[in-house]
Design a protein around this ligand. Structure first.
Ligand code: RAM
Length: 398
């Protein structure tokens, strides 16, 4: 398998590789899941849902509608849950705000949903509605972006936070220096070797994030700052990130990307959001700017801004390489945790675990909760690099 070395470099096992490659978006979800998903999506607005339809349903709530990352997580969530005979619905507000999610949560609790699996828009503002859910016996599981530990069973973490922050900084530095994704060894070793011989101007990195309050993006930005504090960056790469926020909205993210271009102060933009990176890709491509791009993106949305085949010159594209993880499997893992919380007594306390059935090409797996901040989490996966050597293979998948 030609990608084996790269995956080892990012800490991904052979089993995971085989699983991910075999995991195809084109596989049809269970019929009921598709029906539920379609119905829910057409419903997904700030308007109250009909009062009788959602009782006993497992609801998946993303930050907002119109984001393929959320749609793909729901695809995995619903497929897993439907396989267990459960009913699911996708309910996300139109706006990426705490207030919009809170209003929708309140309505869902009134409708006696069976559980809520959520990616949040902020740290604060949910306590009252989460308490209401707890009092009503409705378990909350968070995935992607954390919910308050006091009210969640546990959080489903996509990959190690520090790994994501470190790899993003390392990729941005290598890209700035015109170094293609290192097929041998780690990106960290490549960065150390390159910077040891670097005597040019201090490299400046920008970040185009989601909202200023989003827990998950803020945790990755904090991890980038930890990475930049390492000795080998001193004097060569600025420890200060130039941060802008596009609120996971295509128009706002485009405006912020255009501001980076107009100011021309950064060498490379890191966008740790699939919406932001796609907006920045388009803005940079249209402008002909020298600024480069990396971050967390979906191959299908980034194909116009990245090299497509191994023979391509990676630096002829605005984004030579980027990262993500298996979003569909992440949603399915959240489904397995929620199912176990409702049916198998999974409490989410440190050391407790749940079984996840085989999912698509993934073997059955046991996930154990570990301490994460003031709450607990389980680790669903690991970051995966997308570059000219594997883009063609991944565009139909994610
Ligand atoms: C966006 C969302 C999500 C994030 C991904 C990488 O779609 O902001 O929360 O995890 O990007």
């Amino acid at each position: 398998m030609k990608n084996w070395k790269k995956l080892v470099a990012l800490g991904i096992s052979a089993v995971m590789l085989v699983s991910m490659i075999g995991c195809s978006k084109t596989e049809a979800p269970a019929e009921d899941a598709a029906t539920e998903g379609d119905a829910a999506e057409s419903d997904a607005s700030d308007a109250p849902a009909s009062s009788d339809s959602l009782e006993g349903t497992h609801v998946f709530m993303f930050k907002s509608t119109g984001n393929s990352f959320g749609d793909l997580m729901y695809e995995g969530f619903s497929e897993y849950m439907e396989g267990k005979g459960e009913k699911t619905a996708y309910k996300s507000p139109a706006e990426t705000t705490v207030a919009a999610q809170v209003q929708m949560l309140d309505e869902l609790i009134t409708q006696k949903v069976a559980s809520i699996t959520i990616s949040t828009n902020g740290d604060a503002g949910y306590d009252e509605v989460f308490k209401k859910a707890k009092d009503a016996g409705i378990p909350i599981v968070s995935v992607d972006s954390e919910a308050n530990p006091e009210y969640r069973i546990c959080h489903i973490n996509q990959a190690e936070t520090q790994d994501i922050g470190s790899y993003l900084v390392q990729a941005a530095v290598l890209i700035t220096l015109g170094v293609d994704y290192p097929e041998e060894g780690t990106m960290e070793d490549a960065v150390k070797a390159e910077l040891a011989n670097y005597s040019g101007d201090e490299i400046v990195l920008g970040v185009l994030s989601a909202s200023i309050d989003t827990p998950v993006q803020n945790s990755w930005i904090a991890a980038m700052e930890v990475e930049l504090a390492k000795d080998f960056y001193a004097g060569k790469v600025s420890p200060n990130l130039d941060k802008k926020y596009g609120n996971d909205d295509l128009t706002e993210s485009t405006t912020q990307a255009q501001a980076f271009i107009a100011e021309n102060k950064v060498d490379c933009i890191i966008s740790p959001t699939t919406v932001g990176i796609a907006a920045a890709g388009q803005a940079l491509k249209s402008s002909g700017s020298e600024i480069r791009l990396t971050g967390l993106g979906l191959p299908s949305e980034m194909q116009s801004f990245m090299p497509g085949t191994a023979d391509d010159d990676a630096f002829a594209s605005v984004c030579p390489y980027m990262m993500l993880w298996d979003v569909i499997h992440l949603g399915a893992t959240a489904g397995a945790a929620t199912y176990a919380a409702v049916n198998d007594g999974f409490t989410g306390e440190v050391g407790t675990s749940f079984e996840m059935d085989a999912f698509r090409d993934y073997e059955p797996e046991t996930y154990e909760a570990y301490q994460s901040g003031d709450g607990t989490a389980v680790l669903a996966g690991t970051p995966y690099i997308f570059y000219k050597g594997n883009m063609a293979e991944w565009i139909p998948v994610l």
